[in-house]
Design a protein around this ligand. Structure first.
Ligand code: NAI
Ligand code: MG
Length: 338
């Protein structure tokens, strides 16, 4: 029985990398049907709404979504649609694997997963200015919100992920030495949850700044990492850098009822329409989606084909040192499926 998923091709290079990804899924024999919907600029153009109700209904109905990048206009216009979708469906776990795909980079054989809390922390956006002596913006305040509920479910997610994927260790990164209440609560809850996995998954906690340094000095010390929202935002980009950049980085946003898989990069307006974008980020997101919906064999065939295609400089796209077009890359991935 094919699983129906919502597909949002997105803006800029979105439609190009989506077409490439769907071609690879088809060739690999993924048992998926597609319910195509619009959002972002495409939503504005076609339905006068950056996040149309039709799109939300489709995601809710199907429970699984594959999403290309969406353009967020700077200054004016709508707020980030990505954030709006995460909020609407309470997609609390942001799963960002960083795995070496292109040999010859700064590091070989990196294989890390960062689990970022996606709904709390400073990113709840509770901010305001404080006026003083005629200056309406003399100061600004932002509130970091950590709840026991939110901390518990994200740390538990990280341990369950480690257990299911045969991973050995969970590192909780924090700043509890300075932010004793918010980060302290996150750490305390993490230690409690870790007890349920004793003897099965190793646990350690580290200060966030030391973690950042150690990820660069010796990334092999880590396995699964879990942290609150903003720390996760920053370190997940650092980890993408360890393995060759945003063009290769996939992401899953997981909730109780709905999950959305997306390319980490944006709509790349500088190369949109030129047929040179690297579809790997979205294709790897689709690989995560396939694992999520219980099609791990197809997932690993695609992953292996991507590996083979990226290993050969002849079939690489420009962002990773080659000259292949999106089409040529896609054809090579399809040929490399075994
Ligand atoms: P970007 O990720 O679109 O581009 C940064 C650089 O990386 C550009 O030089 C681009 O050509 C290159 N690049 C990105 N993806 C690539 C790919 N698959 N293959 C080859 N090269 C690639 O980031 P930027 O320029 O800051 O943002 C552009 C727009 O995308 C903005 O409107 C932003 O709000 C939006 N955006 C959307 C995201 C999402 O929907 N998840 C995430 C990040 C940005
Ligand atoms: Mg980010």
């Amino acid at each position: 029985m094919a699983k129906t998923i919502t597909v949002i091709p997105g803006d800029g290079i979105g439609p190009e990398v989506t077409e490439a990804t769907l071609a690879i899924l088809e060739e690999a024999g993924a048992e998926l049907d597609y319910d195509e919907q619009v959002a972002g600029l495409a939503g504005m153009e076609q339905l006068k709404n950056p996040l149309p109700q039709l799109t939300l209904d489709s995601i809710r109905r199907n429970g699984v979504c594959l999403k290309g990048p969406l353009t967020t206009p700077v200054g004016t216009g709508f707020r980030s649609i990505n954030v709006a979708i995460r909020k609407e469906f309470d997609l609390y776990a942001n799963v960002r694997p960083a795995k070496t795909m292109v040999p010859g980079g700064r590091y070989e054989d990196i294989d890390l997963v960062l689990i970022r809390e996606n709904t709390e922390g400073l990113y709840v956006g509770v901010e305001h200015y404080i006026g003083l002596e005629g200056d309406p913006r003399a100061a600004a305040e932002s509130v970091m919100i950590i709840t026991r509920f939110g901390a518990e479910r994200i740390v538990r997610y990280a341990f369950e992920y480690a257990r299911e994927n045969g991973r050995k260790k969970v590192t909780l990164a924090h700043k509890a030495n300075i932010l004793k209440y918010t980060q302290g609560l996150f750490l305390d809850v993490g230690r409690e949850v870790a007890k349920d996995y004793e003897g099965e998954v190793e646990f350690e906690d580290r200060i966030i700044d030391a973690t950042a340094m150690q990820l660069v000095v010796n990334p092999y010390e880590f396995d699964v990492l879990v942290m609150e929202n903003m720390f996760g935002d920053i370190l997940s980009d650092l980890m993408a850098g360890l393995v060759g950049g945003l063009g290769l980085a996939p992401a899953g946003n997981i909730g109780k009822d709905v999950s959305m898989f997306e390319a980490v990069h944006g709509s790349a307006p500088d190369i949109a329409g030129k047929g040179v974008a690297n579809p790997t980020s979205l294709t790897l997101s689709a690989v995560m989606l396939l694992e999520h919906v219980g099609q791990p064999e197809v997932a690993s065939r695609i992953r292996n084909a991507l590996h083979r295609t990226l290993a050969d400089v002849e079939t690489r796209t420009g962002d990773v040192g080659g000259t292949a077009t999106t089409r040529e890359f896609t054809d090579a991935v399809c040929r490399n499926l075994e």
